[in-house]
Design a protein around this ligand. Sequence first.
Ligand code: ZN
Length: 589
Amino acid sequence: MEQARWNLRKMYPTDELWQADLDRAMVLVDRLAAQEGHAAASAEDLLTTLQLQDELDVAFRHLYVFAHSNFDQNMADPKAKSLMESAQNAYTVMGEKTAFLSPELMQYSMDDFNRYCSEEPALELYRRFATDFYAKKAHILSNDMETLLVRMGDLGGSFSKIFEDLTVNDITFPTIDDADGKPEKISEAGYGAALVSPDRGYRSRYWKGLLSTYGAHINTLASCYYGSVKDDVFTAKTRNYPTSRAMGLAGNFIPEAVYDNLLAAVRENMKPLHDYVELRRQLLGVDQVHFYDLFVPVVAETDRKYTYEEAQDLILKATAILGEDYTALVKRAFDERWIDVYPAPNKRSGAYSTGSYRSDPYILTNFNGTLDSVFTLAHELGHSMHTWFSNHTQPPVYADYSIFCAEVASTTNEQLLSAYLYDHAQSDAERIYLLDMRLNDLRSTFYRQTMFADFENTTHKWVESGRPLLPQELCELHGDLNRLYYGDDFALDDELKFEWARIPHFYTAFYVYQYATGISASTAIAQKILTQGKPAVDAYRKFLCSGSSDHPIEVLKLAGVDMASRQPVEDTIASFRDTLAQLKQLLGK
Ligand SMILES: [Zn+2]
C-alpha cells in the first residue's frame, strides 16, 4: 500500500528540517529586504537582487509545496495544519518585506538594463524577464496614483466577495423530491451529480430549483456583476489600456486576435453542435433537448473497472508515442512514489499536480477504478511531465509555465489515451462510450467556455460604451447566446437566462477563454502527434521544456501550433464534427 502513497518525506524527512529550511528562507527575505533603496542602483546590485529573488522563490515554493501537500493528505492532522499555517504566515511576511521591489525596479528602464548588461554579462539571463517587466511601464502611474489604485483595487475586489457571500452563505436553495421521492436540499455541490441522473424529472426539478433561486436574486446579482465589470473598465482606463480586454490579455502577452479568432471561428461553425444536440434528442427519446439533458450520458455507461496497475499500463502504452524517455519518466512517477493514489480518510478530494523546482512533480488523486479516474491520472501526469521537463531545462526565473499553456500538456495526454483506448476497444459499446465522452468534453470545455467568453466580451463592451448592465438585458444576452450555440430546436426554458449569474469565473474577467484555447491547442497537437509521429513529438517536447522562456503564444509555436491563427480552433471544430460522424455511424444514425 505504501507504494501508492506519495513520498513527501523525500522533500523533508522531518518537520524539524522543514522548520530549519523556513528559518533559512526568512534570512533570504531579510537579505532581499536589505536591497531596498539600492535594488538596481548598479549592475552588481541588480544581479544580487534578481538572484536573491530567484533563490527566495525556489525556497518558498519548496516549503509551500511540502506544507500544503502534507496537509492535503490528512486534513485532520493538527501538526500538518500548523505547518501549513506557518507557511502561509511566512508568505505574508515575505510579501510585506519585499513589496518595495516591483515599484523600485520600475523606476528604472530597459535602457538601464541594457547598460547594466554590458557591465555585467550574467544579467543577460534576465533579459526576457526585464523586457516583459518594462513593457508594463506605460501602464504604471505616479506614486500617488498607484497608492490610490491599490485602495480602489480593494473596493473593486469587494464585488466578488459580495457574490460569494450571497451565493455561498446567504442564498438558501429549495428542497425537492429526489429520484426516489425523498426530500433533498438543492446545492451547488450536488448540481453536477444531479445533471447526470438518468431520472429526467429529477434532473429538471433540480436544475429549475437551482436556477430559479439565482433568478430570485437576479437584481442583486446583476448589480454585483455590473460593479465588477465597471471596476475592470475603470482600472483599464486609468492604466491607459485601450480596453478592459486589452488589459486582461496583456498579463500573458496574448494578442487580442486570439480572442477574436476563437469567438468568430466558433460563431461561424455552430452546425456540429446543433447536430450533436439533435443526436442527443434522438438518443434520449425526447421531444426537445433542455439544458438539463445536456450532461447525462446518452449511452449505457461501461461498468468496466480498472485496477491502478491496469491504469498505469494503459497510460504507459498510450503515451509511448511520446518517446522512450517520456514513458521512462512516467514510470518513475509510478515507481518512485510521486503519486498519492487512493481516497483516504480526511484526504483532499479531487486531483492536482504540484511540485517545486527542487522536488519531484507530485500528484494527488483519488483513484476509484472508473474510466474517468484513469483519464484523471493521465491528465495530472501531463501536468507533472510538463513541470518536470520545464524545471529540468529552464533556470528558475523561466521554469513556471503560464496559465494560458497550463492545460495543454494535461489534455494532450487525455487525447492520446482516448485515441489509444479507441484503437484497442473490444466492442462497439466501448467505442460509442469513448466518442460520446470526447464530444461531451469538447461541448463543456470548448463550446461552453467560448460562450462564456463571448458573454463577458459583450458585457465589457457595453459598459465601455456607457451602457449599464441591467438584469433583463444580461438575461437576454445569455438566452440569445444559448440559442445561437445550441440551435433553434433547443428548449430555452425561462430559468436558463439566469445561468450567467451563477458563474464565479466572471469575477475574474477574460479568464475562461483559456479553457477553450487550451483544448484547441492540445487537439491540434494530439492530431499532429498521431498523424505525423516523430517530427510532431520532437516539436511538442520543445514546448514541454520551454516553461515561460518566451510568451505563451511563442512557446506554443514550438509545438507547431499558432494560436494567433484560426487553425487550431478550426481543427477542434473539425475534430468535434468528425467524432460526431463516427458516433452516428456506429449508432446507425
Ligand atoms: Zn488540469
